[in-house]
Design a protein around this ligand. Structure first.
Ligand code: SAM
Length: 236
């Protein structure tokens, strides 16, 4: 998969591919992340990407031409991408959308700035995504969040078992984790985790997962499809 991010601040965004599992996946060739500078798609000597809003009002608006030129460049180089516009007005980004986007061959994420982007850019956009009900000063952080979460679902980036255990998979939160030492400041690691009994450990973890989902995220708990194993774990 290839994720392309269009921004006027490429140096800000590039850290998304420089750390942890994502950087490893990029090095291993499992994932490509390309960052394009919108200013490279302007045609005037000042590389202008914004202008005053028609109708007046505060701030500036991002011009449509650089977005269209960048889009045409991507289409010509890789074929038609799936285009996401970052926006506080978009659909709320979540794990299901991340999974859906991870199946695209080419994903282009557009970052707005200033008061936003000229509405005519929406014609090339497939999905408008928000990362939450607050206003950021630019789409870069949102694009990085989307890029990171989507990358985790690209085959081989994160271990399959780890993904299945992570929060939100099957509408459950992850179970608690412990590492050495077994006793830290009089706090003990649950006995079952030291038992070596894999069946009991699995049931304990499932039970903790179900309990914390019910307490912390009752909305998710109600959506979860219960199995026989879940019922067994709930009795613990
Ligand atoms: N005037 C716009 C509005 O109220 O809908 C907000 C513009 S915001 C200052 C500039 C850019 O930041 C947006 O074009 C978008 O790309 C990005 N942005 C801001 N908040 C966001 C959010 N919650 N999720 C995703 N992108 C966001």
């Amino acid at each position: 998969m290839r994720i392309i991010i269009a921004t006027i601040f490429p140096d800000f965004v590039k850290v998304v591919k420089e750390y942890g599992v994502i950087s490893q996946a990029v090095k291993d060739g499992k994932l490509e992340i390309e960052i394009l500078n919108l200013r490279d798609f302007t045609q005037d000597k000042h590389k202008t990407v914004d202008d005053y809003p028609y109708g007046g009002g505060p701030g500036m608006v991002m011009k449509p031409e650089p977005f269209y030129r960048l889009y045409d460049y991507v289409v010509e180089k890789y074929g038609k991408p799936f285009v996401v516009m970052t926006s506080p007005q978009g659909e709320r980004f979540d794990n299901k959308i991340a999974m859906f986007l991870s199946k695209k061959e080419n994903l282009l994420i557009l970052c707005g700035r200033y008061e936003g982007v000229d509405e005519r850019v929406m014609k090339i956009v497939d999905l408008e995504l928000s990362i939450g009900d607050y206003v950021l000063s630019g789409g870069e952080l949102a694009a990085m969040v989307i890029c990171d979460a989507v990358s985790r679902f690209v085959p081989g980036v994160v271990e399959e078992e780890s993904l299945r255990q992570d929060s939100f998979f099957n509408n459950l939160l992850d179970h608690p984790h412990y590492t050495r030492p077994a006793i830290f400041r009089e706090m003990k690691v649950p006995e079952v985790l030291l038992s070596g009994n894999h069946e009991e450990i699995e049931l304990y973890r499932l039970s903790e997962s179900l309990k914390r989902t019910a307490i912390k995220r009752p909305d998710l708990f109600l959506k979860h499809e219960f199995t026989e194993k879940d019922k067994q774990a709930l009795i613990l």
